[in-house]
Design a protein around this ligand. Structure first.
Ligand code: AMP
Length: 545
């Protein structure tokens, strides 16, 4: 091999904010604050405060490799922590505050976090958890002096703005190996303890580049993007890095993510694109219907994290002229694996015909290799028919979990690919179709029923606001599908009406044996429908014979 003669400079995330400060100094980050009101500043001002924060972290004794935890919403201080922590060579460990308190304790102790930065909302939670948090020495409340509690149970609680006020904005980033860890995120995991995914500066930069390279149109300069996806959910899908790098305006929505609040923020700030999980968009769609229109500039939605129903894509496209980009990925993949990506002949189709392709999980992002392994352990052909477990490989994908050799060994195959636990097929023209999560497939008499397919069909029924399909025990077939549905406000769909619609869309053996209506579906900490909880709730459900 003849070695190339180019400089070997490390890819470090700190370089992103320096670039934005220089090239896009006045492009804004707008945050809905926890204290109330909006906060705005440009990337240059953000860089100044990140420099102060980096100085403060060093003064607090935080060292390269230390894990620094956050319990925070999408806001400018959380954004600053992303950069300052990674910039000094430490690891920004975003903890999902919606997890059960015992899980938060487990995660913080497993990660051996040394400091915790948290929003005002979580003061009572942190006070309660403190006796169980073994390694955290420094607690910082992410607010100003005015909002610091007069007395509290947290001795020595520090004030974020107080720390910054004493610091100099100048901070030259240290240079270190690009493989140094920069962020840590635990997957909530439906079984066993949460598992840590430790991202490196290099993987984070590559993920950012790969995503921009695969869909540059999503980040055209000055686009205004609102991540509803939390900064604690898989790096908010790289938006905190992509927006400064491409000069996009970033709108951070804070603590309230209900339809009316999001609508107002999008309307007032002229959001052009929103990123989040499908349940968020279902809530927002209700609001569109109530107000009779969409937020004036909203033209694009990126929906991922669970399957996006065709009916929802069609409504956004037909009624509101909003293009839906569907993404599939995992925390373990930084997180994007595939996303809606049209070939020129598909792009030329009318919007509704294009939308018909968007319920598929997309084509692979550059840098991500896919393989499907069938039941016999062979590589399945890309024929759109043969399904099997989906494996992935790439420089933005975990090679093993943090301090968990056992879990790592289970999920990496002998060729070094990561097993996703998703069942999938790939069409000859390379669309990925996720059939289901292995655990969510309904195993009926040796056949597998895709809960996603049945849900997709049910979401097209008038009067169904949301739904989920789970397998419930059946004496003859092992399991049969049960459709659990939430009615749209004011609608009264009946079981027979729903089953009639389904009968025209899916095969007889896939038909749910019963339909039950509930007021709301249980959600996971990342805003997905929790099938685990649903299965537990309906474990003893007797299907009609
Ligand atoms: P998480 O790491 O919590 O984001 O969860 C990753 C899992 O969510 C994947 O393994 C899939 O089972 C599921 N998932 C994510 N995106 C999609 C999608 N677009 N369609 C179907 N399932 C999805």
């Amino acid at each position: 091999m003849l070695r190339g003669l180019m400089m070997d400079r490390p890819l470090l995330v700190s370089s992103v904010i320096d670039y934005a400060a220089e090239v896009y100094p006045d492009v804004q980050i707008v945050s809905q604050t926890v204290e109330g009101g909006l906060h705005r500043y440009g990337y240059a001002q953000a860089r100044d405060r990140i420099g102060k924060l980096a100085n403060a972290l060093v003064a607090l004794g935080i060292k390269p490799g230390d894990r620094v935890a956050t319990l925070a919403w999408n806001g400018y201080r959380h954004f600053e922590l992303y950069y300052a922590i990674a910039g000094i060579g430490a690891v920004c460990h975003t903890i999902n505050p919606r997890l059960f308190p015992e899980q938060i304790t487990y995660i913080a102790n497993h990660a051996e976090d040394t400091a915790l930065f948290f929003d005002l909302t979580f003061l009572p939670l942190v006070e309660k958890l403190k006796p169980t948090l073994k390694s955290i020495k420094t607690y910082v409340l992410m607010t100003d002096r005015e909002h610091m509690p007069a007395d509290g149970q947290l001795n020595g609680l520090l004030c974020y703005e107080g720390l910054l006020a004493e610091m100099d904005a100048a901070f030259t980033w240290p240079e270190f190996d690009e493989n140094a860890a920069c962020a840590l995120c635990y997957t909530s995991g439906t079984t066993g303890e949460p598992k840590g995914v430790l991202y490196s500066n290099r993987s984070m930069m590559l993920h950012t580049f790969f995503l921009i390279a695969t869909r540059p149109d999503l980040f055209a300069h000055n686009r205004t993007i609102l991540p509803v996806v939390p900064l604690f959910h898989a790096n908010a899908w790289s938006l905190p890095y992509i927006t400064p790098l491409t000069g996009c305006t970033l709108i951070l929505p804070g603590a309230r993510l209900d339809g009316p609040t999001l609508y107002d923020l999008m309307e007032n700030e002229g959001a052009e694109a929103g990123w989040g999980v499908p349940t968020v968009w279902l809530g927002l769609l209700d609001e569109f219907k109530k107000r009779g229109r969409k937020p004036r500039k909203l033209a694009q939605i990126l929906s991922g994290g669970s399957a996006v129903p065709q009916a929802m894509i069609d409504t956004f496209t037909r009624d509101y002229d909003i293009e839906v980009t569907h993404g599939w990925g995992m925390t373990e993949m930084s997180p994007v694996g595939t996303l809606t990506l049209f070939r020129p002949e598909e792009r030329a189709k009318p919007p509704l015909e294009r939308a018909a392709l968007s319920a598929r999980q997309g084509r692979r992002m550059f840098g991500v290799d896919l393989k499907v392994i069938d039941e016999k352990g062979n590589r399945a052909p890309a024929d759109g028919k043969t399904s099997g477990e989906l494996f992935v490989r790439g420089s933005t994908i975990v090679s093993g979990y943090f301090k968990n050799a056992e879990a790592s060994a289970k999920q990496i195959d002998s060729e070094g690919w990561f097993g996703t636990g998703d069942v999938a097929k790939i069409t000859p023209d390379r669309w990925l179709l996720i059939v289901d999560r292995t655990k969510d497939l309904v195993k009926s008499g040796g056949e597998w029923i895709s809960s996603i397919d049945v849900e997709n069909a049910a979401m097209a029924c008038k009067g169904v606001a949301n739904c989920a399909v789970i397998g419930v025990p059946h004496p003859k077939w092992d399991e049969r599908p049960l459709l659990v549905a939430v009615k749209a406000p004011g609608a009264e769909p009946t079981k027979t009406e729903i089953l009639d619609v389904l009968a025209s869309k899916i095969a007889k053996w896939q038909m749910p044996d019963d339909v039950v209506f509930v007021d709301a579906l249980p959600m996971t900490a990342t805003g997905k429908i929790s099938k685990k909880d649903l299965r537990a709730k309906f474990a003893d459900y007797k299907l009609p014979t």
